[in-house]
Design a protein around this ligand. Structure first.
Ligand SMILES: Cc1ncc(C[n+]2csc(CCOP(=O)(O)OP(=O)(O)O)c2C)c(N)n1
Ligand SMILES: [Mg+2]
Length: 814
């Protein structure tokens, strides 16, 4: 779209249209016609159930007993007493396919969504869902001695599955691995809840993107708190969801913007910080929509103390979302009468305030409303309350019982850290592409390149002739795009620009917008939406232009990508590859190798190819699996050709075996292990050590960070007895230290000297002109061998690599 200077420089003012605030008018006749008496009674009953569920937890947390049943629950319980009407109202008109994500305070939302699904599914479907869930283990507990009908059984299943999960039981919805703040039940449309405040903000956008791209029914709601408005992922998620391109560039047939609603359950507090009048400046939260797009995100404040006001608003907003006119913002006001957690002394609010909200309690007033209009009698209310308490009691009895509701053995967690599946495609249908693969201009251009990078004299071929590392990545990407219809890729400058480092050149011509697009500069939302897309069932490749920007997506990488497979007990898969380009030449904030940070986080696979052959074979591997992969690439290497595999990079499909390091050069006196581009100076050092000192050096390229097979490393040390490890990471905390420490233990008997680690200096990465002072150099490697492993005869070190020097640097913190 050309930017016209005349147009954009014209004088005008922005007019902001009205944002409705609490506009719902109760009209019983209309409500009765819409819902019927039975449904209205259900609304009341569902609210009662949530209230009693939370009351039971509160009692257990504060007194270790509920209705005579004793239990000590060690974990959290962020209760939503007071917020029931908002949750039940939201779910009243949602279908099973509508998905809700939530936060740390989501028990009520989980129950409301599942109850709503129970009301909408027939007996057969309900039974089949319950039987197939966790091999029927959850069902078996509630089914034993059960006397009611299937719907009653399903209600008990929901209550029990949620409570057993909160108590960390194997029969809980996530086998006790999610717990109070994370549990969910996808078959009923209750999606992951997030202990990271605002965490669902961007994850939900990806789930909505999945629905849009793959033409799935329903909408997605991100339920977050009012204080989440201060969180980056929420703002980034809103930016991502509101992009113009859905309407201006994507095929009309796709249906417009991802159907996502940002619903703020606005209880006016964070933990103790008051969002109204203290920690926020929005006055009325709904105002924020005006800052995002000309439609104000269809923003609206709704009275969450009236379930029917919420239900009506959700229905209207759902229509907007299904028409592709989203995103939507809802400011659903409510109040948590309970504390933030049971230990909360409510020191930040007055008793009068709590009393005034208790007096207008939504459950009581809705009961009165139904009574006034002849739907419920006092005795109906009484018997409903009795039923609710009785069922809750039975639920608690089952959930606390260690025999009927045991815990998983600790080793079980190991089995769900990764799904380790191979899936050619996440769904079986024709992928949408714009041209046959063979007609792709880049594919044609690459067919003329040399797939081996050296000439007959061992000299590197010219760039124009070389099939390079970036081309290898392109081939893996396009291969999978033409097989997996769900696969999407996005990030900054991913489309017309060709990807920041030309990896994606040629993809723009091949793929429609909805499969490859430019995102806003929102690294958090780039990765977070990838999480939502992947856990919904699609394959996504997202890109961080520089490794340094991982900081911007820190929560998403460390807390979201890495954890959902295991927190779900393997129910969710995470076929998400995060391509992370490690920079050079651009100074302190663009040239850091942060592989060590990823190595430290359980639940991530991590790879770092150093050659074109590996770039293709490893990306192929990542894109065929269902696990999250942090895929490091090096800007030092994008242009290099293949120099190790003589046959060159295969044209066909192949995978590098997972976790296997590779020997790049055989030797018997010394092993040099590298990760990433450090391979090349290490090879040069090896050649020099051989020619000048007659040392036979074995070079091993680690390739993988996690998982990693140590056996080939041990085999090498058996021969050489000496090892030096090099990477571009700064030395302190580098992943190579971890490898060194493990080798000291695994191969202690073979070692003649302690392993020596060489890394970049513990400095800022300086300007390109000073990089030789920073990144590991050939001489550093030779000098380290001389000073710390094996004195080289007649040699004088040219740099200082002694242990004394390491101590000095350490003392100074540099
Ligand atoms: C990223 C992050 N920061 C801080 C916390 C600690 N914390 C848990 S709940 C909470 C308040 C959240 O307030 P709000 O979003 O309004 O939700 P509410 O608790 O009111 O439901 C805080 C600060 C957290 N869990 N995650
Ligand atoms: Mg709040």
């Amino acid at each position: 779209m050309p930017i016209d200077p005349v147009k954009v420089r014209k004088s005008s003012v922005i007019k902001i249209s009205d944002i409705p605030v609490n506009q719902y008018k109760s009209d019983f006749k209309k409500e009765q016609k819409t819902y019927g008496d039975e449904k209205l009674k259900q609304v009341y009953r569902h609210m009662l159930f949530i209230r009693e569920f939370e009351t039971a937890l509160n009692s257990i947390k504060t007194k270790n007993v509920y209705e005579g049943i004793e239990y000590n629950h060690k974990g959290p319980a962020h209760l939503s007493i007071g917020q029931e009407a908002a949750a039940v109202g939201q779910c009243l008109n949602l279908t099973v396919e509508d998905h809700i994500f939530g936060s740390h305070r989501s028990h009520g939302e989980i129950l409301a969504k599942c109850f709503s699904a129970v009301d909408k599914l027939d007996d057969e479907k309900l039974m089949s869902i319950m039987k197939n869930f966790l091999d029927g283990e959850t069902l078996a507990v509630v089914e034993k001695d059960h006397k009611g009908d299937v719907r009653d059984l399903a209600m008990r299943f929901v209550l029990y599955g949620t409570m057993a999960e909160i108590f960390a039981k194997r029969t809980g919805f996530n086998r006790g691995l999610g717990g109070s703040m994370h549990t969910f039940f996808t078959p009923f449309g209750s999606m992951p809840n997030n202990a990271i405040v605002g965490g669902s903000g961007d994850v939900s956008v990806g789930a909505a993107l999945f629905k849009r791209v793959n033409r799935k029914p329903g909408i997605v709601i991100a339920n977050i708190g009012d204080a989440s408005m201060g969180c980056g992922p929420v703002w980034e998620g809103m930016m991502f969801a509101a992009m113009d391109q859905y309407r201006t560039l994507w095929d009309k047939e796709i249906g417009g913007a991802p159907p996502v609603m940002f619903n703020f359950f606005n209880n006016f507090y964070g933990m103790g910080g008051q969002t109204y009048g203290e920690t926020m400046g929005y006055d009325i939260l709904a105002r924020v929509g005006a800052g995002v797009n000309p439609e104000n995100m269809h923003s609206e404040r709704v009275d969450g103390y009236n379930p029917l006001a919420v239900a009506e608003a959700v229905s209207r907003k759902k229509e907007i979302l299904l028409e592709g006119r989203g995103p939507v913002l809802m400011d659903t006001i409510t109040y948590r009468i309970s504390g933030h957690s049971p230990s909360d002394a409510s020191s930040y609010r007055t008793k009068e305030e709590i009393d005034s909200w208790t007096e207008s309690d939504a459950i009581i007033s809705f009961g009165e409303y139904l009574k006034k209009n002849g739907v419920l009698s006092d005795s109906d209310i009484e018997s409903m309350k009795n039923e609710v308490v009785e069922t809750t009691k039975e639920t608690v009895i089952l959930a606390v019982d260690m025999e009927r509701s045991p815990r998983v053995k600790g080793q079980f967690i190991e089995t769900v850290m990764f799904s380790n599946e191979k899936r050619e495609k996440m769904e079986d249908r024709e992928p949408e592409v714009l041209m046959p693969l063979a007609e792709n201009p880049r594919v044609q251009q690459l067919s003329k390149r040399s797939r081996y990078g050296l000439d007959e004299n061992g000299k590197a071929l010219s760039a124009a002739k070389t099939f390079a590392y970036r081309d290898a990545l392109f081939e893996a990407m396009i291969h999978r795009f033409y097989i997996d219809p769900t696969m999407v890729a996005y990030g900054e400058e991913n489309r017309d620009w060709g990807g920041a480092f030309a990896v994606y050149r040629g993809l723009t011509e091949a793929l429609p917008y909805h499969r490859l697009f430019n995102s806003p500069i929102s690294e958090g939302a780039i990765v977070g939406s990838g999480v939502g897309y992947a856990l919904s069932g699609g394959r996504a490749v997202v890109e961080l232009m520089y490794c340094d920007f991982m900081g911007r997506a820190g929560d998403e990488i460390f807390n979201q990508v890495s954890k959902w497979q295991s927190m779900s007990a393997g129910i969710l898969k995470m076929p998400l590859t995060v391509r992370v380009s490690v920079g050079a030449k651009y100074g302190a904030q663009h040239s850091q190798d942060w592989s060590a940070m990823v190595a430290h986080i359980p639940g991530l696979k991590a790879m770092y190819p150093a050659t074109p052959y590996d770039a293709k074979g490893m990306l192929n591997l990542a894109l065929a699996g269902t696990d999250p992969v942090i895929f490091f690439e090096s800007q030092k290497l994008y242009g290099i050709g293949e120099e190790f595999v003589k046959e060159g990079v295969p044209e066909g499909y192949y995978e590098v075996p997972e976790g296997e390091p590779v020997v790049r050069r055989s030797g018997t006196d010394l092993t040099i292990i590298t990760l990433g581009p450090a391979l090349y100076p290490a090879l040069e050092a090896a050649r020099e050590l051989e020619s000048r000192f007659g040392l036979s050096v074995e070079n091993i390229d680690l390739r993988f960070i996690n998982p990693l097979n140590y056996e080939p490393l041990g085999e090498s040390l058996k021969k050489t007895g000496k090892v030096l490890l090099v990477s571009d990471s700064v030395e302190r905390g580098s992943f190579m230290h971890n490898v060194a420490s493990n080798l000291s233990q695994f191969a202690f008997d073979y070692l003649d000297a302690p392993p020596a680690v060489v890394g970049s200096r513990n400095w800022i990465s300086p300007a390109a002109e000073m990089e030789e002072d920073f990144f590991p150099q050939v001489e550093w490697i030779i000098d380290t061998v001389h000073e710390r492993i094996l004195p080289l005869p007649g040699y004088s070190a040219v740099t200082v690599q002694t242990n004394g020097e390491l101590l000095r640097r350490s003392r100074l913190g540099v």
